[in-house]
Every structure is written in C-alpha cells, then in structure tokens.
Write a protein that binds this ligand. Structure first.
Ligand code: HSE
Length: 286
C-alpha cells in the first residue's frame, strides 16, 4: 500500500492561515509490512528513521495501538521551505492509521485530526482535499471548502536555505488594532473574490498587498522584494511568500511561464526555480 500526499502552498498573499493550494510535488509513503518496531526508510539527511519521525509519531499519536510497520518514504517536497512538508507528513501518518485500523475516516475527520496537530488548517486542508481550499476554525471545529483556482501559471522560487515555521511566526505581531485588522481582512476578501471569479486585474492589484504577515517577514526572505522590484521586466502578476517561506510563489500569465523561468533564474542564481501546477486530488491510497 502506498500513500501519496501533495505539497501545498499556504496563505497565497493575504489568506493568512486560511488559503491553501495543493501542488504537483509529492510525498509517497509505502507501507511495507509488519515489523518489531516502527522504522522508516528514506534518503533525506538529518530526518529520523525511528518513532521520532513525524509520520510515525502521527500514527502513534492518533492510533496508539497500531502494530508497528516498516515504511519507505520518497519525497519531492523540500523540508522547511514553506511547501507543506510537515503537513504532508502529518496527513500521511493519519492516512496510515486510517488504513491499518480500517477506520474509514471522512475528510472532515482527517482535517480535524491534522489541523489539531499542525495548529492551523491552511496546509493540511489542501493536502487532504486537493485543489484550492479556504479553511479556518470556529467553536464547532475546523472547516474547509474547495474551489476552482484562477487561471495562472505558478512558479516556485526555492531559496537555498531553510526557514522553520516557528522562527517565521516569531516575527509576527501579537496583536493588530481593530482598524488594521479590518483593512487586512478587506484585502483578503477582495483577493479571494478575484481568485474565485478569475478576475486577473483585481488579483494583480491585491496579490502583494497582504497586511497580516508579509510585511513582517520581508527581512527573513530578501528574495521576495527582489522579485517584486523586477515585476514589470519579468512580466509577472506578482509574487507572494509560500506559507511561512522561504519559498516564493510567482504568479505569471497562463502559458507564459517559459518566458519567466530563465530571467528569474538569472535574477536569483542560487534559488531553485520550479514550474508548479495545481493538483486537484488530496491524499490518496494506491
Ligand atoms: N500559515 C502558516 C504561516 C503556514 O504562514 O505561518 C506555515 O505553516
């Protein structure tokens, strides 16, 4: 049995902790068979192989009685780069628990478990549902809705350094004034409308106007400002931080990404430039 989970990008500008998009880069975990102890085989330096691995930890947290298995993992999702690697691991762990215990969890069940572990639902929602998701939580629990995304080309610019979400959240303010929150919220509302109605003009106007998190994170990811300053020459709609960074998600006109990739690479020679596509499926089992 193989569990496949897509990479995800969160925030998409002003949809802080709420908007998310599944991308066509994948975490694949094969459940090889029962073993004396949990073990996960992989080639990623520094990532644990034993019960401290996040995938195994998640299985054991959500289903403590699950008999140990040997797992094998392959991942195209770079770690600590803002592309949802930890959310993918958590969602994979929940799916393994679901399959090995024959639970038949619904997507809502998986969302509740995953968002509780992760602390916010914006990456786990698209990893579970696929496509473009808007998620959040109210007293009754977590919610997520899925939508068709705007017709754009997406390019991930992956800088050569890691940035832990915890460190990137530490620079955020503890409070915003009522006035600031209303302004930030209206920009997010407008951007969501633009995404949902394929209103490219409005999307271009609002994409780089986030007021929740990007102004505070600019210093952590200098590449973002560099791309924004070259926006006209690059011929792009705009660029946003992918999740907590450091990856930057570049929005380009549909079918025009080939004209953007080379100039982007020249502008940021140390970063990996990767054309991405929206992936419509969430976690799946083969
Ligand atoms: N919304 C989160 C953040 C995504 O920006 O901190 C990373 O987990």
């Amino acid at each position: 049995m193989k569990i496949i989970v897509p990479a995800t990008t969160a925030n998409l500008g002003s949809g802080f902790d709420s908007f998310g998009l599944a991308l066509d880069m994948f975490l694949e975990v094969t459940v090889c068979g029962p073993a004396d102890e949990w073990f996960i085989e992989h080639q990623i330096p520094g990532l644990p192989h034993n019960a401290t691995n996040l995938i195994i930890q998640t299985v054991c947290d959500v289903a403590p009685g699950t008999p140990p298995h040997r797992l094998k993992m392959m991942s195209q999702i770079p770690t600590a780069r803002g592309l949802g690697s930890s959310s993918a691991a958590i969602v994979a762990g929940i799916e393994i628990a679901n399959q090995l215990n024959q639970w038949q969890l619904s997507n809502q069940d998986k969302l509740t478990l995953a968002a509780t572990i992760e602390g916010h639902p914006d990456n786990v929602a698209p990893a579970i549902y696929g496509g473009f998701t808007v998620s959040g939580s109210v007293a009754e629990g977590y919610f997520a809705t899925t939508h068709h995304f705007t017709e754009v080309d997406l390019i991930a610019v992956i800088p050569p350094y890691k940035l832990l979400t915890k460190a990137s959240r530490q620079v955020l303010p503890v409070d915003l004034s009522f006035k600031q929150a209303v302004a930030a919220s209206s920009i997010a509302n407008g951007l969501l409308t633009a995404f949902l109605t394929n209103n490219i003009e409005l999307m271009t106007k609002l994409l780089e106007c986030d007021r929740w998190h990007e102004p505070y994170r600019l210093l952590l990811v200098p590449e973002l400002e560099k791309i924004r300053l070259a926006k006209v020459e690059l011929g792009i709609y705009g660029a946003v931080l992918s999740g907590a960074g450091p990856t930057i998600l570049v929005f380009a006109p549909k079918n025009q990404s080939h004209q953007v990739i080379q100039p982007l690479q020249s502008l940021l020679p140390d970063s990996q430039i990767k054309l991405c596509h929206v992936y419509q499926d969430g976690v799946n089992v083969q």
